[in-house]
Design a binder for this molecule. Structure first.
Ligand SMILES: Nc1ncnc2c1ncn2[C@@H]1O[C@H](COP(=O)(O)OP(=O)(O)OP(=O)(O)O)[C@@H](O)[C@H]1O
Ligand SMILES: [Mg+2]
Length: 412
């Protein structure tokens, strides 16, 4: 049987109407697509804009919180669940001496928890979820100095109440502690002063009697009598006691200064000349150098009390130079960093034995003395007089090199 091959359909030419319809439809579809693309593009741009805006807002908020944290005078730190520090603000750096890059990611115990009671740490709050509120502890800063801190710790929770870590807020109590110590020192001194004044007053009368009788005895005993030596010792001892009682009463009594305008050069010259005569009679090999910036330097001081200040300082300087040396007296308007600016400066320095740090810390403490027969009231009285003139006094000293006493007085 003959198989029929399928008849080939001749390719029909597309009718121009069909082609034009198709083109029209394609064009429409293209336009619709273009429209959709535009709309989508607009939406995308809008979302982008909103995203950028909310990002900027978030950045603004985050920098706002960052600024608040950095502006706080209290130290703020955060530890995570592993007990590592994740936040350490500027005040925390200033109080502890550690830079933020040194502490981030470091264990809390290594930074602020060294050598302290573990109960008083943020880690304790991390374990127990119990906050510490307004408590005190002492931490060791980066330099190894102990710093008293007031602190509080709080568990850091997210909105679902899940524990994320602990926040600790702390502040330096050094200044407050120093003031508390000063108040208690002043209170002790006031009580001591009151008691000393009463005792000194009571001691004065019998001392007067002893002096009188010892003088009588001295007159009655012949010059070649060997017992005369004992009487002289009694008189010497009583004189010494009288001196101590006098300076004690002087120190404890209310100080009334009557400042008046004086020419500083004239005033200092007078005191120094008087003292130099005393030095000559004692045959001390001491030179006093005077450096006054200006012959017209004026000061408002009580001359009687200030005479005592200068004489006491010259005496201390002399006593520090057993084999002689130099005393320098400088008077100037110079500004000194350690004193508030614009003061009249009076410096008395010596090339004597100087003081150790321990002695230097106590020089203004009443009754502190390293001298046999010293009252330890010299510098305490000087400080009282200087402060009654609204002045300040500082002492610098180096063992084996010498001492410098700087007095700053308000300008006229
Ligand atoms: N220029 C100085 N050089 C070295 N040490 C000094 C100097 N001035 C004071 N000191 C030390 O300070 C201490 C206290 O001095 P302060 O003048 O108050 O009492 P004092 O000199 O011991 O006794 P007083 O003044 O009654 O003679 C002295 O004992 C001494 O150790
Ligand atoms: Mg003295």
């Amino acid at each position: 049987m003959k198989r029929e091959t399928p008849a080939k359909t001749p390719e029909q030419p597309l009718s121009p109407v069909f082609v034009s319809e198709m083109a029209e439809k394609l064009h429409q579809a293209y336009q619709e697509l273009e429209l959709k693309f535009d709309t989508l593009n607009q939406k995308l741009e809008e979302t982008n804009r909103q995203l950028k805006h909310s990002l900027a807002e978030k950045e603004k908020l985050s920098s706002f919180f960052h600024n608040i944290l950095e502006s706080l005078t209290s130290g703020v730190l955060v530890v995570d669940l592993a007990g590592q520090i994740t936040l350490f603000n500027k005040a925390a750096q200033e109080i502890t001496g550690y830079q933020v890059r040194e502490v981030l990611g470091k264990p809390y115990l290594e930074i602020i928890g060294k050598n302290i009671d573990k109960e008083l740490t943020a880690l304790q709050t991390l374990r127990t979820k119990i906050p510490h509120i307004n408590e005190e502890k002492e931490v060791v800063n980066k330099n190894g100095t102990k710093v008293p801190l007031g602190f509080s710790t709080t568990p850091l929770l997210d909105s679902e109440g899940t524990l994320l870590g602990v926040v600790e807020v702390f502040f330096d109590l050094s200044k407050i502690k120093r003031l508390e110590d000063e108040i208690s020192r002043v209170k002790t001194l006031a009580a001591l002063g009151e008691m000393a004044a009463t005792v000194a007053h009571e001691v004065r009368n019998p001392l007067g009697g002893i002096t009188g009788f010892a003088d009588l005895l001295n007159k009655e005993i012949a010059a070649d009598d060997s017992r005369k030596r004992y009487v002289e010792k009694i008189i010497e001892g009583v004189e010494n006691l009288n001196r101590i009682v006098k300076s004690l009463l002087n120190y404890t009594k209310m100080l009334k200064v009557v400042p008046q305008e004086v020419n500083l050069e004239k005033f200092l010259d007078e005191v120094v000349n008087f003292y130099e005569m005393d030095l000559q009679s004692q045959k001390k090999n001491i030179a006093i150098l005077k450096e006054y910036a200006n012959p017209e330097l004026k000061a408002k001081i009580d001359p009687e009390h200030f005479r005592q200040v200068v004489l006491n300082l010259l005496q201390n300087a002399t006593q520090s130079m057993s084999s002689g040396g130099k005393i320098r007296i400088v008077a100037d308007y110079t500004k000194d960093n350690r004193l508030k600016p614009d003061k009249l400066l009076l410096k008395i320095s010596d090339s004597g034995c100087g003081m150790s740090k321990e002695v230097l810390e106590k020089v203004f403490t009443p009754f502190f003395t390293t001298k046999e027969g010293g009252t330890g009231l010299g510098l305490a009285t000087i400080k009282k007089i200087v402060e009654a003139h609204q002045g300040e006094i500082k002492v610098n000293s180096e063992l084996g090199k010498g001492t410098e006493v700087i007095i700053g007085l308000p300008l006229l």
